[in-house]
Design a protein around this ligand. Structure first.
Ligand code: CAA
Length: 384
């Protein structure tokens, strides 16, 4: 049964991603995880494949694909290594989409093609040490000084921040009023060559260890005035709109992690003998595998239904939150079951599922916690 009714092109994209991951990711992922090593050659390789410009128009060297093709590729990459997937997801969904949607022609010409080709990796800097779920309370300030903006503050939890060539950073331009959210925040195109730009503390994480997550310190950083993205004061709204793309990407990542855990658990259940037979023949294990497969299939079906609506040009805000909420909780649940199927072997690094279990957790946290997704969904139903 072909539940997703994929087109030839969508199938081809998925198969290309699968082949790429089998050759360039799967053999190395466990070691990268052990060493907390980000493999920089992946940026160029993904760029050559077109996977860093999947949603961008052809005039900017993008593949101009539909959202479903992009999410299929992302799921396959996450099945191989969630660390590689988050680099690809953040790059395609957040900075690339923000520039494409809100950038001037000149900004697009300058930044998008190098991003699509993998010459400039993208990052997104919204959160701060004291502004996480309450992103609208961010404190990083941008003050105008002649033909420059001067940015001061620390951004936190920046995926790929060590290797990024373009960072879209949100800073407060309405400093007099310190207004929450809304119109007081602007978006800026930051490059690491700017005076006053510093990569700060690198986080030592539970999972996604091969994806560098850092603080960025802007110390009286001088940003040319033409690096303001879109209209002054619209940065929070742009960031929220872009996170709708981002949340679909994280849902695909979560589904990839969950599918990998299911694959490993099902294979292991047939190999592992206890009480004289494969443990897959015990109904307790069969039921577990059945529930895992059902939830993964449901998460994927929801994601592709919503992505298809997005491809038709419909607004998907709260539905994107539903995808992320359901897929990330599915990933956490399915990886927990996978560890249980493996028993003691699920708890050691020699086997693959403990990494998947660690990697799954962040999908319930970043790009909006499960609680934030419930706020977005609840408000769309008329809640407070
Ligand atoms: N599209 C367009 N506009 C939107 C919007 C959307 N999706 N969401 C909000 N807005 C607008 C609102 O209309 C409002 O505009 P006005 O001021 O004109 O009325 C303005 O933005 C403020 O909106 P809210 O009043 O809803 O803001 P809030 O302070 O109540 O916050 C929130 C709402 C949903 C909790 C939001 O703060 C949020 O999403 N928080 C989570 C932040 C997040 O996801 N961070 C992840 C960072 S990226 C990351 O994880 C790292 C990485 O690299 C992977």
């Amino acid at each position: 049964m072909e539940l997703l009714a994929l087109t030839e092109e969508q199938r081809a994209i998925r198969d290309t991603a699968r082949a790429f991951v089998a050759e360039h990711v799967v053999p190395f992922a466990a070691q990268w995880d052990r060493d907390a090593h980000f493999e920089p050659s992946l940026i160029a390789r993904l760029g050559e494949l077109g996977f860093l410009g999947m949603l961008l128009p052809a005039e900017h060297d993008g593949l101009a694909l539909d959202a479903r093709s992009y999410l299929l590729a992302l799921e396959e990459v996450a099945r191989g290594d969630a660390s590689v997937a988050v680099m690809m997801s953040v790059h395609n969904s957040l900075p690339s989409q923000m520039l494409n949607a809100f950038g001037s022609d000149e900004q697009k010409r300058r930044f998008l093609a190098p991003m699509a080709r993998g010459e400039r990796l993208g990052a997104f800097a919204l959160s701060e040490p004291e502004a996480g779920s309450d992103a609208g309370s961010l404190r990083c300030q941008a003050r105008r000084d002649g033909d420059h903006w001067v940015l001061d503050g620390t951004k936190a939890w920046v995926t790929s921040g060590t290797h990024a060539g373009v960072i879209i950073a949100m800073a407060r331009t309405d400093t007099a009023e310190l207004r929450r959210g809304g119109r007081g925040i602007s978006a800026f195109i930051i490059t690491p060559d700017l005076p006053g730009f510093k990569v700060g503390k690198k986080e030592d994480k539970l999972g996604l260890r091969a994806s560098p997550t850092v603080q960025l310190v802007f110390d009286q950083m001088r940003v040319p005035a033409d690096r303001l993205l879109g209209a002054e004061g619209m940065g929070f709204v742009y960031a929220m709109q872009s996170l709708e793309h981002g949340r679909l990407g994280i849902a695909a990542q979560a589904i990839g992690i969950a599918q990998a855990a299911l694959d490993h658990a099902a294979a292991y259940a047939h190999e592992r003998h206890q009480f004289g037979k494969p443990i897959a023949e015990f109904q307790g294990i069969q039921f577990k595998l059945a529930d895992m497969a059902t939830r993964v299939t449901a998460a994927r079906a929801l994601l592709h239904t919503v992505a298809a609506a997005k491809d038709r040009g419909e607004a998907v805000g709260p539905a994107a939150s539903m995808c992320k909420l359901f897929a990330s909780e599915t990933a956490m649940w399915v990886t927990t079951q996978a560890v249980q199927v493996f028993g003691g072997y699920g708890y050691v690094k020699e086997y693959p599922v403990e990494k998947l279990f660690r990697d799954a957790k962040i999908t319930e946290i970043y790009e909006g916690t499960s609680e934030v997704q419930r706020i977005v969904i609840g408000r769309s139903l008329g809640g407070g």
